[in-house]
Write a protein that binds this ligand. Structure first.
Ligand SMILES: Nc1ncnc2c1ncn2[C@@H]1O[C@H](COP(=O)(O)OP(=O)(O)O)[C@@H](O)[C@H]1O
Ligand SMILES: [Mg+2]
Length: 474
């Protein structure tokens, strides 16, 4: 029987993973994606078919060693696809055992939801007939199976995770926000990889998953280094170290400077041809009402954006005309805004792409966190107490206290200090730029950096009002 070699002291018989729900939790940077990547590598090496829902475009590097088809909408797709073709690809993947990465990184929120829903629904129903071993991987699974919310997508993901076993279906679910993942799925997961967490809410979740006294949970979890985790499967509970991924990790490069992309394996021509057929079929006859609706929404969003862009350009043109002739004070006051919004023209496309990625990510945060960031960024460097913030951003102070903006802090976008007047938060946009965009700064120069900060400040301060729909446009 083949074994999955996950680390120097962790080898699992392949049979143990069939139909299993595997949960990987931990803070950002603790090694979750690496652990998931290693599991996928080992499954691929064992010719175990799978599909990975890749929300950040970080798994295409698996193609360095394995034949994996990357579809959806993102920078590294083999074939761009939308919801109409999702079911067909799902069927091909399961029937023929073709590993697939669904790159949804460049999809709008609703489109992503429809695409994944369509795909997984087909996998579920077909697996009932075929009953073959098959694994689904889902990053940022709190997005798909959020605690306390009901959606069709959540229903199908939970079904696969909890009741897929009989059909051979298993799931690898990954999240940095343990407390936001549906508890029923976590408590029933057969295999856990618990990486480091620090926040009390997450520690509490770990407390429920591990059969140890609270103090020991805290002690053990706090001592975990990057790539280390507490592995739990049945009676087997121990601290283990996971090996590093052998293949390229797409999310790993800190800057988006052109890195040397490794040579990637190409997918067999006949598979590509089969998929091309779904696309063509779709082109002439869109299949479902749902697909049409999703396409319409996408087009409407694009149209609204283009209209906004035209209005903005017209205003800028007008302002330039007025500029030298001493326009009336009222017009002058308005004129500052459109000029300020033109800064993206001056920034290199790879920087704007990174900004777009950041915005996409931030749009996934709860509204109160987006409002908090928008507010603090527009008032950097002032620090505000939770009571002040609650009043400014129109949110209960209790929410700020029980659901602190941990992700924003982890990302380094804001900082938290305990002062005499209470817990305070402050924007760290400048520090964030020098850290997160460090690869670009030498080329941007001080002027470019200034532009970038101004651009980000403007985009981030719109986070509380901007539609999710528009989040994909740089
Ligand atoms: N098992 C490991 N061994 C060595 N390095 C690791 C390991 N896991 C993660 N890392 C390093 O830590 C970084 C963050 O890991 P990643 O898996 O992206 O974290 P997460 O998904 O939890 O945010 C990676 O760039 C990688 O270099
Ligand atoms: Mg990750």
């Amino acid at each position: 029987m083949q074994n999955l070699r996950l680390g120097p002291d962790l080898s699992l018989p392949l049979s143990e993973v069939i139909g299993q729900c595997v949960a990987i939790l931990g803070i950002r940077g603790s090694g979750k994606s690496n652990t998931a990547g290693v599991i996928f590598e080992e499954l691929l090496a064992a010719r175990y078919p799978l599909s990975i829902v890749d929300i950040d475009g970080e798994y295409f590097g698996l193609k360095e060693k394995y034949e994996v088809l990357v579809v959806g909408a993102g920078e590294n797709v083999d074939i761009e696809l939308d919801v109409d073709a999702a079911g067909g690809v799902a069927e091909l993947s399961l029937r023929e055992g073709v590993p697939v990465i669904l790159d949804v990184s460049d999809m709008l929120a609703e489109e992503r939801e429809q695409f994944v829903l369509e795909y997984l629904t087909r996998i579920w129903s077909l697996a009932g007939k075929l009953r073959k071993p098959y694994m689904i991987g889902i990053e940022e699974c709190h997005e798909f199976i959020p605690q306390g919310v009901r959606t069709d997508l959540k229903e199908v993901v939970s079904r696969i995770a909890l009741r897929g076993r009989k059909r051979g279906l298993g799931a690898v679910i990954v999240s940095q926000r343990s407390a936001k993942v549906e508890k029923d799925v976590l408590t029933q997961a057969g295999m856990l990889f618990l990486h480091r967490v620090v926040h009390e809410v997450d520690m509490r979740v770990y407390g429920e998953l591990l059969p140890w006294p609270k103090s020991e949970v805290k002690e053990q979890v706090t001592s975990l280094g990057v790539g280390e985790c507490i592995f739990l499967s049945g009676q087997d509970i121990r601290k283990v170290r996971i090996r590093p991924r052998e293949t390229f990790h797409g999310g790993f490069t800190p800057s988006f400077k052109p890195v040397e992309t490794p040579k990637l394996r190409q997918v067999r021509g006949e598979i590509l041809a089969a998929i091309q057929k779904f696309r063509e079929g779709k082109e002439t006859a869109p299949t479902s009402e749902l697909a049409l609706k999703s396409r319409l929404e996408k087009l409407e969003a694009e149209l609204a954006l283009k209209e906004a862009r035209i209005r903005e350009l017209e205003r800028r043109l007008k302002d330039r005309g007025n500029g030298h002739h001493g326009s009336p004070p009222g017009v002058q006051a308005n004129a500052a805004a459109p000029l300020e919004t033109g800064d993206e023209d001056e920034l290199p496309p790879e920087v704007l792409r990174k900004v777009a990625r950041l915005l996409r990510r931030l749009h996934r945060l709860p509204l109160h966190e987006r409002r908090l960031l928008a507010f603090l960024v527009s008032r950097e460097p002032r620090a505000y107490t939770t009571a002040e913030l609650a009043a400014w951003i129109d949110c209960a102070e209790a929410t700020l206290l029980t659901e602190p903006p941990t992700e924003l802090i982890d990302m380094g976008l804001i900082s938290c200090e305990r002062l005499a007047r209470g817990i305070t938060y402050r924007s760290q946009l400048k520090a964030y730029v020098s850290h997160a965009f460090s690869g670009f700064l030498p080329d941007l120069g001080p002027e470019g950096q200034h532009l970038l900060i101004a651009h980000l400040r403007r985009r981030l301060s719109q986070l509380s009002t901007a539609e999710r729909n528009f989040s994909h446009i740089p």
